[in-house]
Design a binder for this molecule. Structure first.
Ligand SMILES: [Cu+2]
Length: 156
């Protein structure tokens, strides 16, 4: 009876520690996104760079600079936009909270090949977060095994 209570107590302790660690990690980690400032040069009919990579959770500031005429920047999926004239940069800021590949395109008609003026934002998962979650799970597994081993040896 006492052994059963002990085992139950240890299991609850393990579960409690697991929940505590998980909540700490979950509460703390998503705010670890970095501040990213990305300058994109727009000119007929391309963006430079036309592929931008960020991590999920990053706060992204896109600074759009035009080298010739009025160009726009509209990001699909995030529905944010800005525009730039030569000497008059456009700025847009957002939190990259969705993973995936999102197209950004020119939202201001700037000439014949305007519809082909396109680039991509790739928002990658935060592997550090996945790593931390994995570490917590591993810790829980280890705790569980130690508790089981102790219960088994106590029972024999
Ligand atoms: Cu354009």
């Amino acid at each position: 009876m006492i052994r059963t209570l002990k085992r139950l107590g240890l299991t609850l302790l393990g579960a409690g520690a697991f929940l505590f660690l998980t909540s700490v990690v979950l509460a703390w980690w998503p705010t670890r996104g970095e501040e990213r400032t990305i300058t994109i040069i727009a000119r007929r009919f391309q963006y430079m760079p036309n592929i931008v990579r960020v991590r999920r959770g990053d706060t992204v500031t896109v600074r759009l600079m035009s080298e010739d005429v009025h160009h726009g920047f509209y990001l699909d999926g995030y529905e944010v936009q800005t525009s730039a004239l030569p000497g008059q940069d456009g700025v847009v800021r957002f939190v990259a909270d969705k993973t995936g590949k999102f197209a950004f395109r020119c939202s201001i008609t700037c000439g014949a090949f305007h519809p082909y003026m396109i680039g991509y934002l790739k928002v990658e998962p935060d592997y550090r977060f996945l790593g931390a979650t994995g570490a917590v799970l591993a810790l829980f597994g280890a705790t569980f095994m130690v508790v089981s081993a102790r219960s088994a040896s106590a029972g024999s």
